[in-house]
Write a protein that binds this ligand. Sequence first.
Ligand SMILES: C[S@@+](CC[C@H](N)C(=O)[O-])C[C@H]1O[C@@H](n2cnc3c(N)ncnc32)[C@H](O)[C@@H]1O
Length: 405
Amino acid sequence: MATGINKKYVNSKNSITLNYNGKQSNDEIINKKRKFKFREVENYGDEPNNLLIHGDNLLGLEYLLNTLNLKGKIDLIYIDPPYGTNSIFKTRSDKIAYSDQLIEEEYIEFLRERIILMRELLSDKGSIYVHLDETMAFSIKIIMDEVFGRDNFRNWITRIKSSNKNTTRNRYGNIADYIMYYTKTKQYIWNRAYTDWNEETILKEYPNVEPKTNRRYKKVPIHAPGIRNGETAKEWRGLKPPPGKHWQYLPSKLDEFDAKGEIYWSKNGNPRRKVYLDNSKGIAVQDVWDLKDARHQSHKITGYPTEKNKLILDRIISSSSNEDSIVLDCFAGSGTTLVSAQEHKRKWIGMDSSSESITTIINRFEHGSSAMGDYVLNNKVEQQSFEFDNLNKNNSCFKLIEINK
Ligand SMILES: C[S@@+](CC[C@H](N)C(=O)[O-])C[C@H]1O[C@@H](n2cnc3c(N)ncnc32)[C@H](O)[C@@H]1O
């Protein structure tokens, strides 16, 4: 019985593409010369080695590529663009922050054009994270595969954005959004992230305690699948590896473990290695992130709509960039990425077309953010009790540039 498509019609790993009206070619997008004017508005801080660009990011990306010559120089891009929801977002003081009214193919081409320019800016060890919800994530996944190659897709991260909702609609509560993670090549910056163990997982994963030392440990096999012919196939302490397996370590190494008391011998003489909790870095982060956005009255926020939980950016920036890296967010909003990059001692470039966003970012760097409850209780934006998001004093350190046609 025939199954699937004849291989001769499947010509490459990237053979699935998204077709729609108004789709430009890659070359057209890369080679287009977009006219723009830019003006240095102000320096914030004595050493402004970061950039905040006010204007359409299409022109901003062109400026980075062709005026600042940053092609291939950016290690990390995070974007949290409009989601194609056909709505208008207001600040807590009821001013229009931005409109999200491009939909369908217009939306896709708007983002694709920018994503293609972002790829030009990424360094060969660079990563890009695209944060969206279910409205357009599936179409943009195909665009990301087209632009970066499916081989460079790393993760589809499900982010739990809020607590359970008692929805009145006849459907399941919607508490997640999504972050697509791609790298430019296979040699990319990667600093594995861990979360701390909690009591429940410790007891489950490391159930044993060594009486003499009180150290918690788990028992793991000392053999691995596969037949070998060398030392690891030989007898150790009178035991052969089980059929079809070999010792994971040379017998001399197993002797060392045993001498240090790191081999557990069961009653019937079965050896296992002790793996200690105090040698563990924590639980490696998986692809479901429970990092909800601020809701509690005591949380600090800027008052800009769709402000994301900074812990998302802390995780992304520490995993996918190093201290000398440049981090770019060209849909900066309230500046969450920029603040996190600054705290992690990265250089950063932020862009946004909304004046409310630019005002919010300047305010956040100058004065920090304030507790959410103040907004609710006093219904005003100017707060006396700003607190910094872990930024040191003298945190203003950027040049503000205005860009337009
Ligand atoms: C979802 S918000 C970003 C929120 C941000 N991640 C935060 O934590 O505050 C999207 C932002 O994209 C900006 N934006 C939309 N279209 C843009 C464009 N063409 N150029 C620059 N910024 C744009 C909007 O003004 C808005 O601030």
